[in-house]
Design a protein around this ligand. Structure first.
Ligand SMILES: Nc1nc2c(c(=O)[nH]1)N[C@H]1C(S)=C(S)[C@@H](COP(=O)(O)O)O[C@H]1N2
Ligand SMILES: [Mo]
Length: 592
């Protein structure tokens, strides 16, 4: 009797093989066509605001890892169930795998920008997975099955199997030769016909040795003989534990190697050599040298300029889009007199402005980390829009990224003279891939989700009452001006200090308005004015600090900022959704 655990194990390993092979093929063709990622992306796109907030506040920047892990756990459970089903009847298991594949393909093809070839990783993965499941179960039921079935096996006559299982025979190297994978992949975006041909062409399967050629035989026998076994009783039906475990070991190794190679291929494509080769043009309007005293240099205080590698990253992309700058274009169209289409070379030739701008995410909690300040180089959006000729009535710029994300930015904000940029560089370096290479938007004063589109490829001039951007139907406001806020960096929340003179310090921001004052109070005492650092302009955060004579005991420290419009940040606490968190940042420290 083959126990259920053996079926579950075979299912798990077959699932791992399917994913490994899918990853390998995706690595060759398009990393975003890996079905696990595609399914994850579907989940991301259908995540309501409250759940996104929960995920970000619970898992922080690990939220994507947690999501992928969740998808994998679900897949593992389903794969084990498929294995147990297949033990009852192989066909059930193969149908289960087929359903798996359909879900994966549905996710892959509905991704923005998906091409016909993107179904290939899933199809090949499911095909090989079906083959692996069949092979493993055949090993589990012992030799007698293989022998019994050998004479009667005819792949082309079989109707017991799904497409998936005929795929499996096509991937049998004995059936279609060592280049089967390459041939089928390049022959057709929909491997089904190619597969059928391969199966037909193989006609009489060579009755050679080796697991690959014996597998389908054994499985067919398994499928055919199973009812007889049920009638005849368990004595005919031996469980070959050793052969199963040997097969499992082989499957695990194959899955592991395929996954690693697939990831390696995907990764090397990401390390875009094109990016390294780009020579940044000199800015037409260089940034003024930073004034003395923008940075107090206090240990633990956020430096005025955030290093690229320390800059927060927030986006919906489970795989960073790789955009070839040679292929990249930006189309400006919609409610304009003349549409414009720019290449990357065109953009580099335009007048380029350099400016410090602090980006903030609407998902940033009070006291949170989703904020960073960088020096951006780019073409002014307003200049391009003026060239295109804005038509009256247009109030929204709907930007679209290469991966389908959209943001809706108010026209008046971009046209009011601030340095809203199509940025190509960050802190003197070509834009990092994860921050939007080759081109992203940067608009001082607006949260990223309504303005900072990375990998931007399209700008439609439109109206808020006619178009909706990505986050709007997901529970976030259509417009997102940044709220005046401040944060305590030093001391750290929960820190233990020694009594005496110590610095309280942090950052405050009210982009494009500027910070005029920061006040601090301890244990709800008097508000005291903090010292403000210099700033190059109103578009960046501002460091502040205050000397404090720390006395022994437990203390609460609070901060509030007042912007240059005279508005003091509200004490009223609000969560990030729908339009940004508010409230005073408050920390507790222990002094001994
Ligand atoms: N293509 C794309 N661009 C995007 C996003 C996204 O999900 N996709 N997220 C936006 C959000 S919510 C923010 S806060 C900023 C973050 O930019 P950063 O990752 O460079 O810090 O990017 C914006 N641009
Ligand atoms: Mo954001």
């Amino acid at each position: 009797m083959v126990p259920a655990w053996a079926g579950a194990l075979a299912g798990l390993v077959a699932g791992a093989v399917a994913l490994g092979v899918a990853q390998l093929v995706a690595g060759l063709l398009n990393p975003a066509a890996f079905p696990v990622v595609a399914v994850g992306n579907v989940v991301v796109d259908n995540t309501p605001a409250w759940l996104k907030e929960f995920a970000i506040s619970t898992f922080g920047s690990n939220d994507k890892t947690v999501l992928i892990a969740g998808v994998l756990v679900v897949l593992a459970l389903v794969a084990a169930a498929i294995g147990v089903l297949a033990l009852r009847r192989l066909r059930y298991g193969l149908v289960g795998l087929g359903v798996f594949g359909v879900v994966g393909i549905a996710a892959v093809v509905t991704r923005p920008g998906a091409g016909a070839l993107d179904v290939v990783p899933t199809l090949v993965g499911v095909g090989v997975g079906a083959w692996a499941l069949t092979w493993l179960l055949a090993r589990a039921v012992g030799e007698s099955y293989g022998d019994a079935g050998a004479a009667s096996y005819d792949p082309s006559a079989s109707d017991a199997s799904l497409d998936a299982s005929s795929d499996a025979s096509a991937w049998d190297p004995a059936a279609s030769g060592p280049t089967a994978a390459g041939t089928s992949v390049s022959a057709s975006p929909t491997p089904a016909p190619a597969t059928a041909a391969a199966t037909g062409a193989s006609g009489g399967l060579p009755s050679g040795e080796g697991p690959s050629s014996e597998a389908p035989k054994a499985s067919e026998a398994f499928e055919a003989e199973r009812p007889a076994v049920m009638r005849a009783g368990a004595e005919l039906y031996t469980f070959d534990r050793r052969r199963l475990l040997g097969g499992v070991a082989g499957g695990v190794v194959a899955a592991g190697v395929a996954t690693l190679v697939g990831r390696g291929l995907a990764g090397s494509q990401e390390a875009d050599s094109a990016r390294v080769a780009i020579a940044l043009p000199k800015p037409t309007v260089p940034v003024k040298p930073l004034p003395q005293g923008v940075d107090f240099g206090i240990k633990g205080l956020s430096p005025f300029v955030t290093k690229n590698q320390d800059f927060y990253r927030v986006d919906t992309a489970l795989i960073v889009p790789r955009v070839d700058p040679q292929q990249w274009t930006l189309r400006i169209h919609g409610m304009v007199d003349r549409s414009i289409e720019l290449t990357y070379a065109d953009l580099l030739k335009r007048p380029l402005t350099e400016e410090y701008v602090t980006l903030t995410c609407v998902s940033n909690e009070v006291g949170g980390e989703y904020i960073g300040n960088a020096r951006w180089l780019g073409a002014r959006m307003a200049d391009l829009l003026r060239e295109a000729g804005l038509q009256p009535g247009a109030d929204m710029l709907l930007s679209t990224s290469d991966d389908g994300f959209t943001a809706g930015t108010p026209v008046d904000v971009v046209m009011d003279g601030r340095d809203a940029l199509f940025a190509i560089a960050m802190n003197g370096q070509v834009l990092p891939v994860e921050h939007g290479f080759p081109v992203r938007q940067v608009v001082p004063g607006l949260y990223g989700y309504v303005s900072a589109t990375k990998w931007v490829v399209d700008l439609k001039v439109t109206r808020f009452d006619q178009d909706e951007a990505y986050w709007t139907p997901r529970g976030w406001s259509a417009k997102g001006p940044i709220k005046t806020e401040s944060r305590i960096d030093v001391p750290k929340a929960g820190a233990s200090l020694t009594a005496g003179r110590t610095a309280i310090a942090g950052v405050a921001w009210a982009q494009h308005t500027g910070i005029d004052a920061v006040e601090v109070r301890v244990d709800r005492g008097e508000w005291r004015q903090a010292k403000l650092a210099q700033v190059p302009g109103p578009d960046t955060w501002r460091q502040w600090s205050l000397e404090w004579d720390a006395t022994p005991g437990q203390h609460t420290i609070e901060v509030r900022a007042t912007d240059a419009a005279g508005h003091t940040q509200t004490e009223q606490q609000a969560p990030p959704a729908p339009d940004g968190a508010s409230g005073w940042h408050s920390i507790q420290v222990k002094v001994a």
